[in-house]
Design a protein around this ligand. Structure first.
Ligand SMILES: [Zn+2]
Length: 218
């Protein structure tokens, strides 16, 4: 496990009112097509600009794609009670400290039909359960893989002119899928032009196994 002190600071577009409106106006459409979205990687990894999670000490925080949100709502780990009306509250972002357990979150109330935030209120799901759930999702449904490229570099040496050419490996991330935008997804669902099934899990397994082979070769 990697220990880190930084926390995810969020997407610069996280307060984009246009994307929030698009999301809230079509939340019922998206939930009605949960199965379709979860079975198609291009839909599953659709970026929700304002959805994220953030915590210190342990890796795994960052943006939350649509597939993670839908699974979190289905498993009831990203559901809370609305701080205003106590209705069902779909969490889209949360943050907190795994040490103290304190947390705040924001999301959409299906009763008030508005986005709301809540801080340090009684919770249905402790922070550690949300954190554990998201970490497992990132492992099970990775959105990126890593590849190693050989590149030329120079290394200090006591002989010759003090430098010698060497080969170094550079690690770069590669997107496994070309996710659609939220606007594209909503249009395709409304138009009934549904893409064929393309399991996010199957492709991830293929990429991960090929990565293992590459790592062993090096
Ligand atoms: Zn409410």
């Amino acid at each position: 496990m990697t220990i880190v002190s930084q926390v995810y600071l969020g997407n610069p577009a996280s307060n984009n009112q246009q994307s929030i409106s698009l999301f809230t106006e079509n939340i019922e459409l998206l939930r009605a097509h949960e199965k379709t979205i979860l079975e198609c990687a291009e839909y599953f990894f659709c970026d929700i600009a304002f959805a994220s999670c953030s915590w210190p000490y342990v890796t795994g925080d960052g943006p939350l794609c649509l597939g993670y949100l839908l699974l979190g709502w289905r498993e009831r780990l990203l559901l809370e009670s609305c701080p205003t009306c106590v209705g069902e509250y779909l969490v889209t972002s949360f943050s907190g400290s795994p040490l103290s357990g304190s947390q705040s979150w924001s999301g959409f109330c299906t009763n008030c039909k508005t986005m709301q935030t809540s801080k340090n209120k009684p919770v249905q799901n402790p922070l550690i359960e949300k954190v554990t759930f998201i970490i497992k999702l990132r492992k099970h449904y990775p959105q990126k893989t890593w590849q190693f490229e050989e590149q030329d570099a120079m290394q200090f040496t006591f002989g010759g002119n003090g430098l010698k050419p060497v080969k170094r490996l550079r690690k770069t991330s590669v997107d496994l899928f070309q996710a659609v935008t939220l606007a594209e997804l909503i249009k395709e669902l409304k138009d009934g032009k549904i893409r064929p099934k393309n399991s996010p899990r199957t492709q991830a397994e293929t990429a991960l196994s090929s990565n293992d082979i590459r790592l062993k070769l090096f």
